[in-house]
Design a protein around this ligand. Sequence first.
Ligand SMILES: NC(=O)c1ccc[n+]([C@@H]2O[C@H](COP(=O)([O-])OP(=O)(O)OC[C@H]3O[C@@H](n4cnc5c(N)ncnc54)[C@H](O)[C@@H]3O)[C@@H](O)[C@H]2O)c1
Length: 648
Amino acid sequence: MEIKKIAVLGAGDMGHGIAEVSAMAGYEVWMRDIKQEFVDKGMERIKQSLVKLQEKGKIESAEKVLEKIHPTLDLAEAVKDADLIIEAIPEVFELKTKVFAECDKLAKPECIFASNTSTMKITDLAKATKREDKFIGLHFFNPVVVMRLVEVIKGEKTNDEVVKICVDYVKKIGKVPVVVRKDVPGFIVNRIQAPSGALLMAIIDKGIAKPEEVDAVMRKMGLPMGPFELMDFTGIDIFYHASKYYGRTLSPDYEPPKILEEMIKANKLGKKTGKGWYDWSAGRPQIDLEKATDKISPLDFSIVEINEAVRLVEMGVAEPQDIDTAIKLGLNRPFGPFELASSLEEDQILNRLNELASQFGKKIFEPAETIKAKKLKKLLEKKEEKPSEEFQTIKIEKLGDGITKLILNRPDRLNTISVQLLDELDKAISMLWKDNETRVIIITGAGRAFSAGADLGATITHPFDFVEHNRKGERIFRRLGEIPKPVIAAINGYALGGGFEIAMNCDLRLAKKSAILGLPEVGLGIIPGWSGTQRLAKLVGISRAMQLALTGERITGEEAERWGIVNKAFDDDKFEEEVLKYAKNIVERCAPISMALIKRLINKGGEVPMDVGMEWECTACGVVFATEDMREGFSAFFRKEKPKFKGR
Ligand SMILES: NC(=O)c1ccc[n+]([C@@H]2O[C@H](COP(=O)([O-])OP(=O)(O)OC[C@H]3O[C@@H](n4cnc5c(N)ncnc54)[C@H](O)[C@@H]3O)[C@@H](O)[C@H]2O)c1
């Protein structure tokens, strides 16, 4: 079945966002709420958001998207002929089941019903209808327009075809679907956070540390907000109800402590009531970082989350790579629990879980079976063998005429290079290596940076791991010089550290005049470790390389052109157009096999005595002599026409 019309129930925080992203993807959307003022407010929020997206050039026309959204108070009108109903009304079981039962009578039989519930069992909600096989969970994250994850939850009776249709819908609205194969409390993202929440409560309940002491530790680690301040910000009641829910459905260990009960009774709900763990009456609380305590270890929170993630795999809820994806995208974290686990020792995790379980008397901290049996590393190896299908940190766009754009795609983090981005870049190079449609590759960055360097959030705990991390990056970047087609770095903004090193490993560099290039590592007490100390000197000579790497000095794209680092610098407003023209010119004029051999001879020739390089060159001459393209090149020259090279 093809989804054309979508009914979104509720125009609140989530509903208006779901309606907006669905309309942006081209669906006809009916958005229903119970009062005109709610519908109007939802439409106003959508309008404001669309105008902003239009200003940023992310959509062509806000007006055209708005035309696709039909606000209504009439449930029958909203769901009539709908192919998919997405419910985003308040989190009250009786209300949701009542509305679904009504929809069941009004909607066509093949219509799929989805709930955006954060906590309820999809299977239980489905029972309110006679279409349990067509009932599913679509759990969006707030704010919907920004957050890329959608958990797709399979109820006990949900049909596989319905899961597939919903996965396709999620992809079509530009989000990343993670299928939750079992309908468990908290699904993936909220469930994995549940034990670290319980640990926070236990620390307070036992008087081990005060909220400000814990927050100071986390803030010192670079988090924008500590967990208690965050709890105040989102609402103590939300955390309280979630704890109650997990206490009821998972284990009494999750039951909120007395102090939380008292706060609820005293209406100390955090920012919204002016008081929670902190006093908010004078604005955001000032956390004294000096109060950071060594009575807690931040790693403990990660360890209990790893434990819960392992449990979800044991229960068959999801595969490790999907759990990592969900946590990274759902919580904006640089690492998922399994990626984190791979940098820890198996015994360290096991021992610490045993200690926490006995210190706090909570079974939920006891090690999961896999960890107890010391099979976690095996599980992680299995994950490596089954990489996720989707790219999340890079994007590949085929521009036609043999030109493919590879976009470093973490714009909100200036395209910094995470472990995941490294892995995906490696995979993308392999894909494009074999791709006959691609003749020229343009690497560029999404947003205002090319790449601002390595993601410094990387969890590397041992010096030798850092050796391997650097080796891995250097090896992957090196493949840009080995892939048998020209690679152009289109430096559209900051190219610092690892970002600059990616550009150095490309065959050609084009830059915006205003771009900023540099190697800031020396100021951080590290060194340019992804080929920077080696490649820059080859590219531009020892003197200039010393100037950049030793001092951390930054230069503009215009200066880089003068220095010979960048082949051409263009005015900012013409940059994209000029890069495309440059790439097109190469595709039209240059023979693919010649280019593949030339780049290898130049790159590898510099590493061997000239005599050896010359011999390689002679052999390569023999190779091109046998190609159809050589005959076409000469023939076109005499015909006075553009050659039509085939790469044969
Ligand atoms: N806010 C979040 O961060 C978040 C994240 C994920 C999931 N959720 C879930 O999404 C759902 C909605 O949450 P929200 O934050 O958007 O709530 P909200 O209070 O902002 O919006 C709910 C809207 O539903 C409307 N409504 C009530 N009864 C209705 C009915 N019968 N038909 C149509 N509309 C009706 C309300 O008037 C309101 O405008 C909840 O189940 C919540 O648990 C929320």
